[in-house]
Ligand binder design. Structure first.
Ligand code: SF4
Length: 449
């Protein structure tokens, strides 16, 4: 079962709701390669639970990859499955099973709950779920080199109204680069431990996908479907300098085309390896650089255990500003930040928030992506706030609207006004001319955390 809000593949609110699930794609590919045929239903492809009730009848096993924000949908799907197939079994795994197993265990419809990676256990589990206890520790591959190439035709198809714009089994463009978009993973683990992020709690360390395999897959997809641009979904692309050097050497030479791509980095490592960063931007067409700047205030960055400083952030911004100007002078498309910014962090003062907005305004080439801090389970700060009873994110509604209030005691009205530009004079104080001229209205940039 592909999970997401009802109707996301029928009338999506935005392109990001149409991304495909690599975990689902990988596990389904493994099952099919091992002779276990599955059908696929998607909560994103229906608009009512009654539709699911009809579609789900007659199956023996329901498999789900559950994330915190799809937990409510997973629970409801499991309930319906059990109602119409009382002898059927529900096997659930994924991030939420790992970081909030107590919530999963409390749902009687989940018969087996697999924590951690599932690629090396799923075949045995599906063949004989009764041989396993209710909560199972998953088994992952040592390296992504062991993974088969995902058979993307096993991903859900968009609703027929979207088919013209949705280059299935590739994905639609979302403003970062031309479609069709090939999304891909090259690494699975982020070694940092930011307290708001649950990345490190999920997957034990595992080897990165070899550069040659990444390029081979992209070329294969291009030959078959035609690739317009690439999104590297890694939580941290800009790590392992040796791998990156090999990427710089091979991608421009061996890929069918040096497709522009979106990928994530950190400002401290940009500052640590500026030459490597520049070479990636110049030579490999890394044109949308996602950086979790989060805050423009050292106090908050420390509180988040971000291990980046205001100075690191400024260094990365100045470097991309400079590269962007140079590219423009040469008539090339400038690289742009996808700047992740977090507001509403418990303990943040107004001055901290002003500093963050000032930092954002100094970026000349940027897609701002602002979210209110969300206390997800699996992250150190999330666990703490949940334990203290300060989280406003309920199990039933982890991830609904960007503007949802998420933590008790945070003055969301102030943040709404901040994003509407009410404090623009204050923010503009001390900024260079070009930054002052930028609109202070960032309401459109507020996204789900
Ligand atoms: S926020 Fe980014 S850098 Fe920090 S742990 Fe998560 S993925 Fe890694």
């Amino acid at each position: 079962m592909d999970l997401g809000d009802l109707g996301d593949l029928v009338h999506p609110n935005g392109p990001h709701e149409q991304w495909q699930d690599h975990g689902l794609g990988l596990l389904r590919t493994i099952l099919h390669q091992n002779g276990i045929q599955t059908d696929l239903l998607s909560t994103r492809a229906i608009t009512s639970w009654d539709q699911l009730r009809k579609q789900i009848q007659g199956y023996e096993i329901l498999l789900m990859n559950v994330r915190s924000y799809t937990f409510p949908v997973a629970r409801k799907s499991a309930q319906i499955f059990k109602e119409v197939n009382p002898n059927g079994m529900v096997l659930a795994g994924g991030m939420h099973a790992t970081v909030a197993v107590d919530e999963m265990e409390a749902v009687p419809y989940f018969d087996r709950i697999c924590q951690g990676p599932g690629e090396n256990i799923i075949v045995d589990l599906v063949k004989d779920p009764h041989a396993f206890p209710r909560v199972i520790m998953g088994v992952g591959a040592k390296s992504m080199a062991e993974w088969p190439m995902i058979d993307r035709t096993l991903w859900p198809k968009p609703h027929r109204r979207l088919r013209k714009k949705f280059p299935w089994p590739l994905e639609p463009e979302c403003g970062w680069g031309p479609g069709p978009v090939a999304t891909i993973l090259t690494s699975r683990v982020c070694p940092w431990q930011c307290v708001f992020c649950n990345e490190s709690s999920y997957i034990p360390n595992m080897g990165r996908k070899p550069v040659d395999m990444v390029i081979e897959e992209l070329n294969y997809l291009d030959n078959k479907y035609g690739v317009g641009s690439v999104v590297i979904h890694d939580s941290m692309f800009f790590q392992h300098p040796k791998w990156l050097e090999e990427w710089i050497d091979k991608y421009p030479r061996k890929a069918n085309k040096v497709w522009p791509y979106w990928a994530a980095g950190r400002s401290d490592t940009v500052r640590q390896w500026p030459d490597l960063f520049e070479a990636l931007v110049r030579e490999t067409n890394w044109n949308t650089i996602s950086i979790g700047f989060e805050s423009g205030s050292d106090r908050i960055l420390r509180l988040l255990n971000k291990e980046c400083t205001e100075e690191d952030n400024n260094f990365a911004i100045e470097l991309v500003n400079r590269l962007g100007e140079e590219f423009e002078r040469e008539g090339r498309q400038p690289p742009k930040f996808w700047a992740n910014i977090m507001l509403g962090i418990p303990g943040e003062t107004r001055e901290d928030a002003f500093k963050t907005m000032r930092m954002l305004k100094t970026m000349k080439y940027v897609f701002p992506s602002i979210s209110y801090y969300a206390p997800y389970p699996g992250s150190a700060l999330g666990y703490q706030l949940i334990a203290e009873g300060k989280s406003l994110m309920s199990k039933d509604n982890y991830h609904r609207f960007p503007d949802d209030e998420k933590v008790k005691g945070v003055d969301y009205q102030f943040y709404r006004e901040l994003l509407a530009g009410k404090y623009d004079d204050e923010i503009n104080r001390g900024l260079a001319d070009y930054a002052r001229k930028k609109s202070g209205d960032y309401r459109e940039a507020l996204v789900k955390a």
